[in-house]
Design a protein around this ligand. Sequence first.
Ligand code: SF4
Length: 120
Amino acid sequence: MCGACCENIYVRHGNKIIKTTEEFKKIKTNNNYSFYQHITPIDQDDFGLIFTCDKFDKEKKLCKDHKSRPSICRNYPSEEIFKMGAQLKDDCGYYFEPIEKFSEVFKKISKKPIKKFNKQ
Ligand code: SF4
């Protein structure tokens, strides 16, 4: 509810994060998705372009179109984008927690017998 995510948006188009302003211009021109008309690139990092949204009311820290907000906002934070390398801001109210720790998964896998195949 802080709105930080509305001012620091990575956007995935298809299965890729939009990385350059040129790429975004092309996507915006060839796409009717209305959300693209409301976002503006404000920065860029190793992961991709960072956008802000003009539907965000900076004073009230609220979305001006909350009822009609697009799926990217309804589904925030999407696991997919974070599997691709995006980070949540340190002061974000959301966080990700692994269902199972890597060390536990590794321990389970290590206990499984290794199948050996004989060459004929
Ligand atoms: S549409 Fe609303 S919820 Fe989505 S990024 Fe813009 S201000 Fe935020």
